[in-house]
Design a protein around this ligand. Structure first.
Ligand code: SF4
Ligand code: SF4
Ligand code: SF4
Ligand code: FES
Length: 971
């Protein structure tokens, strides 16, 4: 039976809880040490600082330069203590505990020393506390109070820094050096937490000061605007502009970032319903108090004036929108859907779930399709990113998900990154990876591009396997060939954990000389010597971990490559413990969740096949309707069927298929062919411009639910403000189901999760109460694993034995294309997110306000192209025009762009070539020609006209002559 979850009845961190700072990081030693602090016996792990030991016993020693996410530095001297038998007054932050130590934290001598320290700081500090933005949240102020400072004997007239100029170059935070106490917390945060090393302390003594880069403005330095320094600063020197403008927050709610698959936890710090700032939550299991520029700063889109706040309908896409009530919009949509099914049949409609919405919302959309539409025509944007991960990992390891926690990387000895760019796409995890690399782990990057991870400061040289795009499978086979032919395999693991017959067949296949590195050199462009070295490094390391991204999946052989990676990991025994594993870096915040929740046409929630009668029976009993036993249409099939006239209506929740899917012109044609397109989104996105019904969506700040990150971690999303349009997304789906005559009723998303748990074995133990109790849960979570499963496949695989798969390399059609001699590959950058609908409506535009085409100097020279020139990029699918950036990050013959701006038309060029098993598009390899041009492409001109028209129609503006002429322009 469903129960009502009452957030007020739980111990969830709902209200303002300043997180305790224990001064120095925790130590993990199993050896315990006992000491006495102010007469209190304290027992802590060996290596713990006296400062932390005291804090753990609730004895607060004043401190300024110490923080528990940074190694102790010992510069401020405020934390001095007296230790029996030791001379002087040592700093407690840099003094480790010792057995039997007797520590005094308060006496007259210490009090005098601390007051003197504070007096010196304050004598060079503007005393404008009442008007300072940090008033009420300033450690300097707190410490002045804590040490009882009452006078400053030195006066304020001497030499000081009070006139130092403020650096306001960063759109999100300011740097006011007049307030700086040179504690170096910012410098250490940039080094230790973020791993960017953008800050230094310049000069010595009185002259010492914090500098970004080579004494540059923050925006001109290598700073990536993660905000770790801002968070670390104990004064208002580095301060969020939102706090300067709005003042201090008064309460906070813990929630989850809605951007990437890292799934960082944040405290949304609020004034009433208004977010003042997002502060990464130290208790977050995925991020441990760190974040990137998107999660921390780019939340302004949620209240952007472009937000859709009223439901709208129209008969056809050249008509102005008509604002209507929720009831009218839902009734209009339901009537249309019913009429279309009556006319064209049950299979003529479908739905697309969103990887940005919550698990509960995604679950409801696929339930709506299966139960109310009566077919399995449901799919999700994972179709265009990680569907090969689902297929490949399920086939080999038996589960469609990564095997590890992010923290597991701290035990990896060799980290192999294939087709992923973590510093841009998964920045917080990249910082953790860099920490491990600085500790000495080795790095192998398999990627055509020289990604930034290769430039990790203080890491000895990495191996870069710069293969030709589209040759991944040849490469993974060559790596495996070396492992097996040189006897580097883990025989014990293979014998105990893997299917013997399957292994023998694979072994014979992989030993074939055609896979020898010497024989694939011509295919991949990588020397045999390099491949052999990389294979040996990976196979011989105690712990080898593989991380991969869309550079693996978005290929015609994406599924083969995923299986090839799993083969390599199994062959070397790198599965089933910390520090190893096969880890897909999922792109969007809830792409793992949208797959888990049954978005694919062939699988019900929990990857349970619709063809399995026992599975269907359970769902039919719970949902009260028969479920079609045939898999439904995938997204590309929906487009083809729409163009063919068989598919007539589509409900799209939180997804911009017109911008994100390949072969834009084909997608547009499909959308135009629909008789009813219902779009539920927070903005008028590119897809919505083809819609007949607009249902305003709610941002992550306006809803309750859960997201599941790339490590299978289910995190709570908590509502911090009311939905701008009055409804959370799940409520809209419920209304639509009811209007269609399929009854749905939930009072709270926790009830939806209870239903999911009842039907999905891997979620059986998940509930909101359990999530509040544990903070987060990595599925599977059930009777056997009541607290979830951080590491998968420890003893066996869900399919019993690991299955080696034969992964023959098949050349992509795109590679043999002579008319188009260059290969285009696409990717993301740090400041923008996916189709950019959110980040383009924030100050993140300051870093990337247009997509450009990167090309190698030799390719540029051959075509007479200079940096900044306009270039036309043509493939067999279409043409677009971008500004050129000449860069040697790409090898000759390969060009690169991003797809964050709709007018760039990156997907006008990408083709419908796709993965053989899952139809995932081959975004990473498109054969193109590049030439200098002087005007936008025909598609771009049509795009601009259509865009103008649709914005006009949104405002209720005139359609008539201009409207019809303009809308016709893009047909
Ligand atoms: S900017 Fe802040 S954190 Fe950095 S040295 Fe100055 S006071 Fe310390
Ligand atoms: S914002 Fe991040 S990258 Fe920039 S200086 Fe601060 S810590 Fe370093
Ligand atoms: S975008 Fe990703 S890495 Fe950045 S804060 Fe959000 S979840 Fe974390
Ligand atoms: S807090 Fe220990 S020296 Fe600053």
């Amino acid at each position: 039976m469903l129960h009502y979850y009452d957030p007020k009845q739980t111990s969830a961190p709902q209200h303002f809880l300043p997180e305790r700072d224990y001064g120095t990081p925790a130590r993990l030693s199993e050896t315990l040490v006992s000491l006495e602090i102010d007469g209190v016996e304290v027992t802590v792990p060996e290596g713990t600082s006296v400062l932390r030991a005291a804090a753990l016993a609730d004895i607060n020693i004043p401190k300024l330069c110490a923080s528990d996410n940074l190694e102790a530095f010992g510069s401020c001297r405020l934390c001095a203590v007296q230790i029996e038998g030791r001379r002087g007054l040592p700093a407690s932050c840099t003094t480790p505990v010792a057995a039997g130590m007797k520590v005094t934290t308060q006496n007259a001598r210490l009090a005098k020393l601390r007051r003197n320290v504070m007096e010196l700081y304050i004598s060079d500090h503007p005393l404008d506390c009442l008007t300072c933005p940090a008033n009420g949240d300033c450690e300097l102020q707190d410490m002045a109070g804590a040490v009882g400072l009452r006078e400053v004997r030195y006066g304020f007239e001497g030499e000081n820094h009070l006139d130092a100029e403020t650096d306001d170059s960063n759109p999100y935070f300011s740097f006011d050096p007049s307030k700086c106490i040179v504690c170096s917390r910012c410098v250490r945060a940039c080094e230790e937490v973020q791993g960017t090393f953008a800050l230094t302390i310049e000069g010595r003594g009185f002259e010492s000061k914090v500098a970004a880069g080579q004494s540059e403005a923050f925006m001109d330095s290598e700073c990536v605007s993660c905000g770790a320094c801002v968070q670390a600063c104990p004064t208002s020197t580095l301060m969020e502009k939102s706090v300067i403008e709005q003042g201090q927050p008064e309460h906070s709610v813990v929630t989850t970032c809605a951007y990437c698959g890292v799934g960082c936890s944040f405290k949304a710090e609020m004034q009433g319903d208004r977010v003042v700032r997002m502060v990464p939550y130290k208790g977050g299991d995925a991020n441990h108090g760190h974040s990137c520029v998107k999660g921390r700063f780019a939340f302004g889109y949620a209240t952007h004036p472009d937000r859709l706040k009223t439901p709208m309908i129209r008969e056809s896409i050249d008509q102005p929108w008509r604002e209507v009530s929720w009831e009218e919009a839902i009734a209009f949509a339901a009537e249309r859907l019913k009429a279309i099914q009556a006319k064209y049949g049950r299979e003529s409609i479908g739905g697309i779930t969103s990887s940005r919405c919550t698990n509960e919302e995604t679950y409801l959309v696929q339930k709506l399709v299966r139960a109310a539409f009566g077919n399995n025509n449901t799919d999700t944007c994972a179709r265009v990113c990680h569907s090969p991960t689902g297929y490949g990992l399920k086939t080999t390891l038996g589960e469609s998900a990564g095997t590890q926690t992010f923290d597991s990387v701290m035990k990896a000895d060799i980290i192999m990154v294939i087709g992923a760019n973590p510093t841009d796409a998964h920045p917080v995890f990249a910082s953790q990876m860099r920490r491990r690399l600085r500790q000495g782990a080795e790095l192998i990057v398999v990627d055509p591009r020289r990604i930034d991870l290769l430039k990790t400061p203080h890491h000895r040289g990495a191996q870069h396997i710069a293969l030709r795009p589209g040759t991944n499978v040849a490469m993974i086979n060559a790596l495996a060939h070396v492992v097996i032919s040189e006897g580097l395999e883990d025989r014990e693991f293979i014998a105990e954990r893997c299917d013997a017959a399957g292994y023998q067949a694979w072994r014979e296949f992989i030993l074939d000389p055609r896979h020898a590195p010497e024989n694939v050199e011509a295919i991949t462009g990588v020397s045999a010597e390099q491949v052999r070295r990389a294979a040996r490094t990976y196979a011989q390391a105690p712990n080898g971990a593989i991380y991969y991204g869309l550079g693996v999946t978005e290929h015609s052989q994406g599924s083969s490559m995923v299986m090839g990676i799993a083969n390599l990991a199994m062959a070397t025994g790198n599965i089933g413990r910390e520090g190893v594993g096969v880890n897909p870096l999922r792109g969007q915040n809830n792409v793992q969740g949208s797959c888990d929740m049954g978005s694919f046409p062939h699988e019900l929630p929990g990857y349970q096949h619709v063809g399995d009668p026992a599975v269907r029976e359970r769902f039919e009993a719970a949902w009260g309707v028969p479920i079609d036993d045939e898999p439904g249409l995938r997204i590309p099939n929906m487009f083809d069927a729409a163009v063919a006239g068989d598919f007539k209506a589509l409900y799209v929740q939180g997804e911009d298929i017109a911008q994100s899917d390949p072969n834009t012109q084909h997608v547009e044609l499909a959308l135009r062919s629909l008789e009813c397109l219902i779009v539920q989104d927070i903005f008028l996105n590119e897809t919505a411009k083809f819609a007949h019904v607009l249902l305003p969506g709610s941002s992550f700040l306006e809803k309750d639910g859960t997201f599941t990150n790339a490590e299978r971690r289910i995190n709570r999303v908590r509502k911090v403000m009311p939905p701008l349009a009055g409804k959370q997304d799940w409520e809209v789906t419920v209304d639509l189901a009811n209007a269609l005559g399929y009854p749905m009723h939930y009072d709270h998303p926790s009830q939806i999760m209870d239903e999911i748990a009842g039907l999905t074995p891997s979620f059986a133990g998940v509930s909101y109460a359990r999530l509040d109790e544990l903070g987060s849960i990595q599925w599977p979570c059930n009777e056997v694993h009541p607290k979830g499963t951080p590491t998968m496949h420890i003893e066996d695989f869900p399919i019993g034995l690991g299955q080696f798969a034969i992964t023959d390399y098949v050349e992509s059609d795109e590679l043999s294309n002579r008319r188009f001699p260059l290969l285009l590959t696409t990717g993301r950058i740090l400041s923008q997110y996916n189709v950019g609908a959110q980040t383009r409506r924030t100050h993140n535009q300051a870093w990337h306000d247009e997509d450009v085409l990167e090309l190698h100097p030799s390719d540029a020279e051959l075509r007479g192209v200079r940096d900044g020139d306009w270039v036309g990029i043509t493939s067999r699918a279409g043409q677009t025009v971008l500004r050129a950036r000449v860069s040697d990050r790409m090898p000759p013959g390969v060009v690169y762009t991003t797809f964050h701006h709709p007018g760039s038309g990156a997907n006008v060029i990408t083709t419908d070539s796709s993965d053989w098993a899952t139809n995932c598009p081959e975004y990473k390899v498109t054969a193109v020609q590049v030439e200098k041009v002087s005007q936008p492409s025909a598609w771009q001109r049509q795009f601009q006209t259509f865009d103008r028209l649709q914005l006009e129609l949104l405002r209720g503006g005139a359609k008539d002559e201009a409207g019809q002429a303009l809308s016709g322009a893009r047909e």
